[in-house]
Design a binder for this molecule. Structure first.
Ligand SMILES: *Cc1c(COP(=O)(O)O)cnc(C)c1O
Length: 413
């Protein structure tokens, strides 16, 4: 038997049924008309944002990184609760503009094409510039369109986010401009007439290391101060990135955001003078939305092979790649799972839960202890709200897309 992660505390059972936003999970399947299905409970997102706001210094802005989950009803619901959006493509720009119009937007990502830069410039988006070459192209395009570009410089910091599953600093990187070259670039874009928006520092993703996050944020503030001094210009904005992790696996513990917030508050009292008028923001994806999502998939077949039991479902890695261990994890471990219609039964059977794809990679649970299940039962895979459907190879093998539903907004879903 192999351990599973812990079911997020936002979900409870009533008798045999897993409850999501006051309803049996299986009722959402009736609403959607089929499995597989993602259900997102927005009340979980609202609670996370409220907790974050209470923990962080009052002046700190909170942005949502759209790529974690771009489901349109989720964007509409989250828009009033955040101070802006961070996007990573012109596709996301158009998507956010459609569903949450008029919100501040910043655009990061290497390899922005001219058409994407043009769309962002015309929309007044802040571009987090990833290279000197990108700045050159952007300045030309801005002139052609007759607009003043809003440019921030993404810094490739000389440090990385400790404990991070995906490191994005402290090394040669396609992201951002190496810190030692940043002051010259800032001077250049200001001299060219751009509206300089400040710095963007994003050092890694999925860190559960509270002390590491605190250290990284302090280092980012110190770096922003030093770069501003060297550039001779005060940044209007410093974007401290995202990267707060969530507990997916057995033994994981959550980030102590209250400790992070109080340390950040302390660090903000001893800022370099060049940052005294600066506004600071966090741009979080995963931490805000991962726990709100539950992926529901139905058991199609149960088989035994060489003494092992396989629950074969109608879902799989084409919808929920991360749970199969093939997105950003080195060693495959089990996400929290449940049999959504047998919550009152004891976990007496060790089973592997697999998807319907013809690849041994398609494993949603590996030798996990679950209640004895039957064909037609529903498996719930938790922690499916971030980097789920959007980060999965949906077209692989030609099965239908998973449905998505937003619950927990106080409206009928
Ligand atoms: C992906 C991304 C984020 C969000 O990261 P999380 O780990 O989901 O918080 C934030 N900023 C940028 C620039 C990103 O690319």
């Amino acid at each position: 038997m192999k351990p599973m992660g812990t079911i997020p505390p936002f979900f409870a059972a009533s008798g045999d049924n897993l409850i999501i936003d006051g309803k049996a999970a299986t009722q959402f399947i009736d609403i959607a008309g089929n499995t597989p299905l993602f259900v997102y409970d927005f009340s979980v997102v609202a609670k996370k944002i409220a907790r974050l706001r209470a923990a962080m210094p009052a002046a700190l802005g909170v942005h949502y990184a759209v790529k974690a989950n771009p489901f349109a009803p989720l964007l509409q619901a989250i828009a009033p609760l955040v101070d802006g959006f961070d996007i990573a493509s012109a596709g996301e720009l158009a998507h956010v503009a459609g569903y949450a119009p008029g919100r501040p937007i910043s655009f990061a990502g290497p390899g922005k094409r001219d058409a994407e830069l043009s769309a962002a410039l015309i929309a007044g988006t802040t571009l987090n510039c990833e290279s000197e070459g990108e700045v050159t192209r952007t300045l030309h395009l801005a002139e052609r369109h007759g607009v003043t570009p809003r440019l921030a410089v993404r810094v490739n910091p000389p440090f990385e986010l400790r404990g991070s599953g995906m490191k994005m600093g402290g090394r040669a990187s396609p992201f951002g401009v190496d810190a030692d070259r940043v002051p010259a670039l800032v001077r250049r874009l200001i001299a060219a007439g751009a509206e300089w928006r400040g710095f963007h520092v994003f050092a890694g993703s999925q860190s559960l290391d509270t002390a590491g996050i605190i250290e990284t944020q302090a280092a980012a503030l110190a770096l922003a101060g030093a770069l501003a001094d060297a550039a001779g210009a005060a940044p209007p904005l410093v974007n401290l990135g995202g990267g707060f992790g969530v507990p997916y696996f057995a033994g994981d513990t959550e980030v102590d955001v209250e400790a992070v917030g109080s340390a950040l508050g302390d660090a903000m009292t001893s800022l370099s003078p060049s940052l005294h008028a600066t506004r600071f923001v966090l741009e979080l994806g995963r931490w805000l939305v991962a726990e709100c999502g539950v992926y529901l998939t139905r058991i199609v077949d149960i088989k035994q092979s060489r003494g092992e039991v396989f629950l074969i479902t109608d879902g799989g890695l084409h919808h929920q790649l991360a749970a199969s261990g093939n997105f950003g994890t080195v060693v495959r471990r089990n996400y929290p799972l449940a049999v959504a219609n047998r919550m009152a039964s004891a976990p007496l059977q060790v089973v592997s839960v697999v998807g319907c794809l013809c690849t041994p990679l398609d494993r949603l649970g590996d030798q996990a202890a679950l209640p004895p299940a039957q064909v037609g039962d529903v498996i719930a895979v938790f922690m499916a709200g971030a980097y789920g459907r959007t980060a999965s190879p949906e077209n692989f093998l030609g099965h239908p897309a998973a449905a998505e539903l937003l619950a927990g907004t106080g409206q009928q879903s």
